[in-house]
Design a protein around this ligand. Sequence first.
Ligand SMILES: CC(C)(COP(=O)(O)OP(=O)(O)OC[C@H]1O[C@@H](n2cnc3c(N)ncnc32)[C@H](O)[C@@H]1OP(=O)(O)O)[C@@H](O)C(=O)NCCC(=O)NCCS
Length: 391
Amino acid sequence: MGIEIRPVSGDERRDIILRLGGYAFGPTPPLPFDNEFWQGFVRISEGAPNLVAFEDGQAVAMVHSTPMTQHVRGKIVPMGGVWAVATMPVARRNGLARRLMADLLAGDRARGAAMTCLWAFKESFYARLGYVTFPQWRKATFAPEPLIPLLKKDLGGTVEMLSIADGFDLYWDYLQEVQTRTHGMALVKPVLLRERNRRWLAVARVDGRVVGTILYQLADGGDETLIFKAERFFYTTVQGRYLLLEWLARHVDQTREVSLVLPPGELPETWWLDLQPKTTSIESALGRVLDVTRLAGIEVGPGQFTARISDPFCPWNEGCYRFASDGGCLDITPSVGAECTLSIEALTGLVYGIRDPEVFALEGWGDPSPDLQATMRSMFPACLPFLHEEF
Ligand SMILES: CC(C)(COP(=O)(O)OP(=O)(O)OC[C@H]1O[C@@H](n2cnc3c(N)ncnc32)[C@H](O)[C@@H]1OP(=O)(O)O)[C@@H](O)C(=O)NCCC(=O)NCCS
């Protein structure tokens, strides 16, 4: 049977996403699966790179990616966010998703991406393609009552409440500022947020400057109660954090529970006495280096080493490189021979700061000596990336 692989657009793309995506991710029948969310998503993602496999003229598998930016150790680089990876059952386990992913990643690289990230149904499927699991985000849930004393404190500054439609430009500006200081943070303009206008934005300001924002909704908590659901809680300063917590305290009579989605590494249990948040994890994202040479210029600690990179899935990365700190920025040049072997997973783990080099041998990701491992730790200190975008 003949397989044709090509990108799709317009009504054909819409129909394929609603049928294949509907079957893979939605409750069906009926097909095509259609609702307001998907329609909006299909509309705003028109033009996003995609590939569809057709078997005897029928679409049976698809992959998509959205060009984004990502903060990687002090540098904002282009990143391809992969989504809607699906194969119809009749065509599964024939290597189609793998083939489409290989072609999609080659295209993303040709379009300039340095990294690629995604949210996985199952890590092991994407681990085969060189992706490495990120630390999980946290959801903190607590009753707002312990925050009441904040209402009597003079925190300085103000908090303004806006609809997200009215506050959109301000929020977008603030997100871009947050991205400049948040390792791992991916960003794409959230136009659907403005269009749907179903979120509140609380904006903390000091001397006119934005120092924090909460993107939230008051959601039905059952039994005629409301839950203050904040899907993003960002602050630039401690003052910003407490202004936002005071905003939560203002909802004490209205909401029995607050839930905040927080980057990994946030410690809400230390924010206020008796808060006692219950924290749960949110599923993991994965990422990988897409083009080794485009890592040049990221911030690194002192050191240098040479490594033979193996990356059978993205073969353009294969070869020997010298990685060296040049005044605190990574310099990458080809090398003749190498002190160790590193898989692309190992390099990804170092760059995002999410794997210690001691695990490489155990994972089958490389063979750096203890001395080289120490150099790698110096150049790529451990970090907690926060992807921010969900796709
Ligand atoms: C997951 C899915 C896209 C796989 O598509 P596919 O065309 O059958 O995948 P492939 O045949 O290309 O498989 C590629 C590799 O992944 C492995 N694989 C396939 N399905 C897998 C699964 N469910 N879990 C773990 N590994 C899997 C294959 O064995 C193969 O490994 P190999 O290259 O080492 O032989 C498909 O089953 C699907 O659409 N599932 C429902 C939707 C979904 O969950 N999509 C992913 C969203 S993130």
